[in-house]
Design a protein around this ligand. Structure first.
Ligand code: AMP
Length: 532
């Protein structure tokens, strides 16, 4: 009685086949760096991806080999997602914001054979070409000045080809985590894991889009598979609006002109958008859903978007989890909650999407499972079919013996399954044997109107082991002093959480993906001492 259903491997080319067949004329808009715009469609993306398959075959690219991109968001970049995977290859999206040493390392480690890049990144190519030992072919997305142009390269072929036959457990994509210590680590996504992640991600409780939706993904295509949007978008036939520049004025203009209903990005994207709207009096009347993730969405941001009638999907995930793990979505009792209570819920990181499971374990022994009681805080672990088992070229499994992956995050799970992230295991501050959340401290500090940015780190203390020190960037023109910050924090956090010192700095260091780099901050202040 077994195997009575058709053999149908879950491979990503089914997504583009479906999009071209069922939503073929649905268009995509690209706004290029020079201000020009071009239009494509799901049908043209598929045709161009098949041309790329032919072009890769002509270069002798074989199954499993890596094809890298160094590019912003645009429809030609989308073509390479399907073209590389459709040729049986592995698309390696490189983050151009990484440092040269990291860029050198990852392209060599990945053994990329082809690199397709935006002309804007020509200086990176010029600096690193001699150090990249495996790249044989350079192709430029938008200009043929230094390398063959992408359009010419695929234009030599007619698209009359078939996708490479692959197994659903074959790799289709490679992303490196920007890791705060050591070399970046590669995460290999498989056809099956990508398909399952896409199918869960498009549901109403997650990205919540359909064929009427117009999606402007601000999250870059090189960051954690652009949260799976290029795959999930094809399954639903959304219209994509891409911008090669992340300037708020450009994004706002595109959103209004193209009728963007859905967008997704890290919190800083929305900060810039608010500033632009405040300065110009513009609004985003057509936006229905903002997906925010990558780092915690601040309360005022959630409130402001929700007051405008925009649904905020606050999501948590990692490169290692494809990336979506949890998303905040309205629960059955949503309508009975007050506005403030709804904001309280959205401020947390949401609930697991179908397909993954979460648990927290004791931070000291890393094994004792903690209750889902809304109070116990522990190391967050996750498992599921799109969660990493092993890093690229690593011998050991990233998951522990019971098949759970250690996320490095610290959180609380509430009785209804809602995840509340409180810190990173490396950043949580241990004072007198008790844990202090650095993230909660800095979020509370950021609520002060004169604080532009704040970061809390644990500094060695002779009596308490560690005590929090808060580093603060003042808003321009503000005359804020340490006592003002402490007074502001007093009603918001436990007394013993109050920082031992508040230090004002001109800037706080960030990682290549725009997150606060606590490691760099700690290095910068390695000589800092607290008295007993
Ligand atoms: P990356 O692999 O670069 O996407 O980074 C993943 C990490 O970003 C997670 O392990 C979290 O520490 C952090 N992160 C992602 N989403 C959120 C969120 N909604 N709130 C707080 N931190 C987040």
């Amino acid at each position: 009685m077994s195997r009575a259903m058709q053999d149908w491997d879950l491979v990503v080319t089914q997504l583009i086949d479906h999009a071209a067949r069922e939503h073929g004329s649905r268009e995509h808009v690209t706004r290029w760096a020079d201000g020009s715009e071009t239009r494509a469609s799901w049908a043209s993306v598929r045709r161009d991806a098949l041309r790329m398959v032919q072009a890769l075959r002509a270069l002798g690219i074989r199954r499993g080999e890596r094809i890298a991109t160094l590019a912003m968001n645009h429809a030609r970049h989308l073509v390479t997602w399907y073209g590389a995977a459709g040729a049986g290859g592995v698309l390696h999206t490189i983050n151009p914001r990484l440092f040269d040493e990291q860029l050198e390392y990852i392209a060599n480690h990945a053994e990329d054979r082809v690199l397709i890049y935006d002309a804007a990144f020509q200086p990176i190519i010029d600096r690193l070409r001699s150090k990249w030992t495996t790249i044989e072919h350079y192709i430029c997305f938008d200009s043929g000045a230094h390398a063959p142009s992408f359009e010419d390269w695929i234009g030599a072929f007619d698209g009359d080809a078939t996708w490479e036959a692959v197994d659903e457990r074959d790799p289709c994509m490679l992303c490196y985590t920007s890791g705060t210590t050591g070399n970046p680590k590669g995460v290999i996504y498989e056809h099956r894991s990508t398909m399952l992640h896409a199918l869960s991600g498009i549901q109403r409780h997650c990205f919540n889009f359909d064929a009427q939706s117009v999606m402007l993904p601000v999250v870059p295509m090189f960051h954690a598979a652009s949260w799976g949007l290029p795959w999930g978008g094809a399954a639903t036939g959304v219209k994509f609006v891409y911008s090669c520049v992340n300037d708020a004025a450009v994004l706002c203009d595109l959103m209004n002109r193209e009728g963007v209903t859905h967008s997704a990005g890290v919190p800083t994207v929305w900060l810039a958008m608010f500033q632009h709207c405040d300065a110009t009096g513009r609004e985003l009347p057509r936006l229905k859903q903002a997906t925010i993730g990558g780092s915690a969405a601040p309360r005022f941001m959630i409130e402001r978007l929700m007051r405008q009638g925009i649904r905020v999907a606050h999501a948590w995930g990692m490169t290692e989890t494809s990336p979506i793990g949890t998303v905040g979505a309205p629960t059955h009792d949503w309508d009975s909650k007050s506005f403030e209570e709804q904001v309280d819920v959205v401020q947390m990181q949401g609930r697991p999407i179908f397909g993954v499971e979460l648990r927290t374990v004791d931070l000291d022994d890393m094994t004792t499972e903690l209750p889902r009681d809304g109070v116990s805080s522990g190391a967050l672990q996750i498992r599921g079919p799109w969660v990493i088992k092993r890093y690229f070229k690593a011998d050991e499994d990233a998951a522990n013996a019971e098949g759970w992956f250690d996320t490095g995050d610290v959180g609380i799970i509430h009785p209804d399954g809602t995840l509340q992230l409180t810190d990173r295991t490396k950043d949580v501050i241990k004072s007198g044997g008790e844990w202090i959340s650095s993230v909660e401290l800095e979020n509370a500090a950021m609520g002060h109107p004169d604080v532009a940015e704040a970061a809390a780190v644990g500094i060695y203390h002779p009596k308490w082991d560690e005590r929090p020190v808060l580093f603060v960037v003042r808003k321009e023109g503000a005359a804020l002093v340490a006592d003002d910050v402490i007074e502001h924090l007093k009603p918001l956090v436990a007394k013993w959480w109050l920082p031992d010192a508040v230090e004002f700095v001109d800037a706080i260091p960030h990682t290549a993906t725009g997150k606060i780099s606590k490691k760099d901050l700690r290095d910068q202040f390695s000589d800092y001492r607290l008295e007993a």
